[in-house]
Design a protein. Structure first.
Length: 253
């Protein structure tokens, strides 16, 4: 009876110690182990054994983390007030630093992202924000990455999602775009008229230097008129034909 009691106590002891001794680290995790408060290393994925009541393991997720930065009110360099939101992608590459160097790396990264977004966009014009968003995304990513690197993190991407303009600014930009389209249309029309005038001038020069070209053009015009279903057909006579006829009349007189 006494032996059974001892065996039971030992089994119960192992059952209690087993969860505190054996830890499972998943493939996407890293286990940072502290022994009596001091860092002793990082355990890779798998089944890991620690000293119960002496070692403490903290698991850090090493997958890509997505932080959605809500709309921030930004005043651009040209004094335009707008709201901009963004999304941040980062991951932990040094699990030990993410625990030792900062209390909450997610919250800290979120705060850095908010202040950096307002700072970078506040130094840019509205036109630059709308036309060169990729450049601003790169600048924001580099600044956030520089601040979070000591915390063991790597910012992989920053994307400005939406730019909300005031209603008055939207109407002004729509009017500006419409005026720009009208200007381009007029320019294209003027260029077409200019090119047509150049071609007509070249044709007139050829006709003036080559009388036969005028005769061919005259015959082409007659062919075109003959195909039309009209009641009255007027045949124009070239001036050189009339001049030759008048010359003969003078000679006969």
């Amino acid at each position: 009876m006494g032996n059974l009691l001892v065996v039971g106590v030992i089994v119960l002891f192992f059952i209690i110690l087993l969860p505190a001794t054996v830890r499972v680290v998943w493939q996407y995790e890293a286990g940072v182990v502290f022994r009596l408060g001091r860092l002793v290393g990082t355990r890779p994925p798998g089944i890991r054994i620690i000293i119960p009541f002496v070692d403490v393991m903290r698991k850090i997720d090493t997958r890509v983390v997505v932080i959605n930065v809500p709309a921030q009110e930004v005043i651009t360099k040209d004094n335009v007030t707008l709201k901009v939101d963004a999304i941040i992608f980062f991951r932990v590459i040094h699990p030990e630093a993410s625990i030792i160097e900062v209390a909450d790396f997610r919250a800290a990264t979120f705060q850095i992202a908010q202040t950096t977004l307002r700072s970078v966009l506040g130094k840019s014009d509205l036109d630059e924000l709308l036309a060169h968003r990729e450049k601003l995304n790169l600048s924001i990513r580099e600044i956030i990455d520089e601040h979070t690197a000591p915390w063991g993190m790597k910012v992989t991407a920053v994307e400005v999602k939406d730019v909300e303009l005031p209603p008055g600014m939207q109407r002004a930009m729509a009017a500006q775009a419409e005026a720009e389209r009208e200007r381009r249309g007029k320019v294209i029309h003027a260029e077409g008229e200019y090119q047509a005038a150049q071609k007509l001038a070249e044709a007139a020069h050829i006709i003036a230097t080559e009388p036969a070209a005028l005769q061919l053009r005259y015959l082409q015009t007659l062919t075109t008129i003959a195909t039309e279903k009209t009641n009255t057909i007027v045949f124009p006579l070239p001036l050189d034909i009339m001049a030759a006829f008048m010359e003969r009349v003078k000679k006969s007189s």
